[in-house]
Design a protein around this ligand. Structure first.
Ligand code: DGL
Length: 262
């Protein structure tokens, strides 16, 4: 039993969608979240740069004594998780686009994946698509520009709506009935997506699966907390803490948001 914190990092505020799922499933655990917003978006950076940033984030979380690290970023997972697992002595949980459930359930056999360039061009993404989506047409769409707008906190703007629509329409015309959100920032687009997509299109992300995996790895390693009080949650950002605080404002749990230039 272990009261140290779960560490979570992302290129910015997007991974808070994953933190929310973890907190809901494991309400007694303490968490520390790192938003590397200064370096967002990761998705347009070369693989070596994404790896270097992932190492920096991991070392920050380890310096805070974290017992397990959730890489709450598809782009960092696909580019860095193997290295992190080999080089650091704590369990790592990664996130990948939920292609498998989409492929199993799609009726049209046409699945759209909205993700960053860094995720779509990675070998892990291609091997997952190959292994789990035989007989399925995968439509890959890069979400260029979306992360920047979400990081600016403009979740309702017309500019964002129009950009997102321009990414959805070609996939709809080709018959997509499942849309996989392959970036942890994108769950914050679900209200806009619901306005523009027909009801027969199911939107899925990997947040709940990551939370379940986090729970099971904590259990297997005897790392669950033995506290019976609700956990506390610290958030650090090297970007604008007002945007992070505002995206967390619906959260009912005790949390603090601080600026830190890491
Ligand atoms: N939230 C991230 C992901 O899941 C990264 C987006 C980015 O920084 O480009 O891919």
């Amino acid at each position: 039993m272990d009261d140290r914190r779960i560490g979570i990092f992302d290129s910015g505020i997007g991974g808070t969608s994953i933190w929310g799922e973890i907190q809901e499933l494991l309400p007694l655990e303490n968490c520390i979240y790192l938003a590397d917003s200064k370096n967002a978006p990761y998705g347009e950076k070369p693989g070596e740069k994404i790896l270097a940033l992932s190492i920096k984030n991991t070392e920050f979380l380890l310096s805070k004594g974290c017992k397990l690290i959730v890489v709450a970023c598809n782009t960092a997972t696909t580019n860095a998780i193997d290295y992190l697992r080999e080089n650091y002595n704590v369990p790592f949980i990664g996130i990948e686009p939920a292609i498998k459930p989409a492929a199993i359930n799609s009726k049209s056999k046409i699945v759209g994946v909205l993700a960053t360039k860094g995720t779509l061009s990675s070998s892990l993404f291609h091997s997952t698509s190959k292994n789990h989506a035989a007989g399925i047409t995968i439509l890959e769409q890069r979400g260029t520009g979306l992360v920047e707008m979400i990081e600016n906190g403009h979740l309702e703007s017309e500019e964002l709506y129009l950009l997102l629509e321009s990414y959805m329409m070609p996939m709809l015309e080709k018959g997509m009935d499942y849309l996989v959100l392959g970036c942890t920032h994108y769950p914050y687009l679900i209200p806009l997506l619901k306005k523009m997509l027909p009801e027969n299109v199911t939107i899925i992300d990997s947040g709940q699966a990551v939370a379940r995996q986090t729970k099971s790895v904590l259990e297997q390693n005897n790392l669950l907390t033995n506290s019976n009080e609700l956990g506390t949650h610290q958030f650090f950002t090297n970007g604008d803490e007002r945007v992070l605080a505002s995206i967390l404002s619906p959260a009912k749990v005790k949390h603090s948001v601080s600026f830190k230039d890491f």
